[in-house]
Design a protein around this ligand. Structure first.
Ligand code: AMP
Ligand code: MG
Length: 349
């Protein structure tokens, strides 16, 4: 698959023309990378197995890792699922449109390839108006995993999408940087006790305020491939740049001291070291440094995380020392989950 990827920079003036042209690509079975409030997604008609296959092929995504199907209305969900249980409906009312994905029992209309052969389907209504309009005008539910090569950090800008997928997809809609920066929370509502399968912007606490206690069905570490996993995505490496990431966790001051010490150590042995930090205090050490945001502002850290991993990679560093001393409250838990999965080693102080 090697063809020209069309880039549509969307503005208020050309909005409906771009949506119409991209909706046509979706209807014809093509692939369009779209901005959502979380990260950029690689979209195709979720009900067309050939179109969905193009997503797997472009990303190099393992066939047993199912896709999230994006919708623009609850009526659209009703076609895809056997039922929406009362608690699922409460979550929909509380959090949609927004970064919460529900796993529900699917109908036969959803092709096997979209769900990796599972009898459930993941659904979400994005808050981003570009994504929602594209779904509405194409009149198709849109399957859209993150628009990166599998295993790499998720894209938070059209430039990241093009870096990974130029020539492999039909189009990208450029709407600037995404505002949340980490993926949606995934919750299994398909029967039994609800379980969070992936932490995201919507925290467990917020979910429990609506539907009562939920199970935690994920781990921050890559699950052993022989384990039975409830969400197939859990068993694959994720979010990793080419550089080796070493994550330091513990009290802020200890982490900063350790980063300085390790920086000196590795540099002295000839490595080029990049720093991903939550303090401006270390900027005298090197220019290969990305400030993620304040350790007390997890939303800021979330927005900058994938950008930081990618930008250090592009500078050609061999090692990234990542500061994990930001708050793990709220979206901080999701950021920590992504960082741990991206890391080769976690150093606890
Ligand atoms: P991505 O779209 O790449 O951010 O990943 C979507 C995540 O949702 C992956 O971890 C999938 O394994 C998970 N997922 C999608 N559909 C299902 C499903 N039917 N059951 C369980 N997990 C799912
Ligand atoms: Mg992904």
């Amino acid at each position: 698959m090697n063809h020209q990827t069309k880039v549509f920079k969307i503005t208020s003036e050309n909005f409906s023309d771009v949506i119409r042209e991209c909706a046509e690509i979706i209807r014809r079975g093509g692939t369009v990378a779209i901005p959502t409030e979380t990260v950029y997604g690689l979209g195709a008609n979720a009900l067309d197995p050939i179109a969905v296959n193009r997503i797997f092929h472009a990303k190099g995504r393992p066939a047993d890792n199912p896709l999230i199907v994006h919708v623009a209305s609850v009526e659209q969900v009703e076609q895809l699922v056997i039922e929406i249980p009362p608690k699922a409906l409460s979550l929909i009312e509380a959090f949609w449109p927004g970064p919460l994905t529900l796993i529900l029992k699917r109908t036969a209309i959803v092709p096997d390839i979209t769900t990796g052969g599972l009898d459930t389907v993941a659904v979400r209504m994005p808050a981003d108006v570009v994504a929602r309009e594209l779904i509405r005008i194409s009149d198709k539910p849109i399957a859209a995993p993150s628009a990166n090569i599998s295993g790499r950090p998720s894209p938070t800008s059209a430039a990241h999408v093009l870096h990974d997928l130029e020539g492999r997809i039909d189009a990208v809609i450029d709407a600037g940087s995404t505002c949340i920066g980490v993926e949606s929370t995934v919750i299994d509502m398909s029967g039994g006790k609800p379980a969070v399968l992936r932490p995201g912007y919507v925290s467990e606490q917020k979910i429990e305020e609506i539907i009562g206690e939920v199970d935690i069905g994920y781990s921050d570490h890559v699950t052993d491939v022989t384990d039975v996993v409830r969400s197939p995505g859990m068993k694959y490496t994720h979010y990793s740049p080419s550089a080796t990431v070493l994550l330091l966790e513990g009290p802020h001051n200890l982490v900063l001291n350790k980063i300085s010490e390790m920086y000196a150590d590795f540099t002295c042995r000839g490595a080029r070291v990049g720093l991903l930090v939550t303090s401006t205090g270390l900027s005298s050490l090197t220019n290969d440094i990305v400030y993620l945001g304040s350790k007390d502002e997890p939303e800021e850290v979330a927005r900058n995380l994938f950008l930081g991993l990618r930008s250090l990679d592009e500078r050609g560093v061999n090692i990234i020392l990542a500061d994990g001393s930001f708050t793990h409250e709220g979206v901080g838990a999701a950021v920590m989950n992504r960082l741990r999965k991206a890391s080769e080693m976690i150093i606890k102080l």
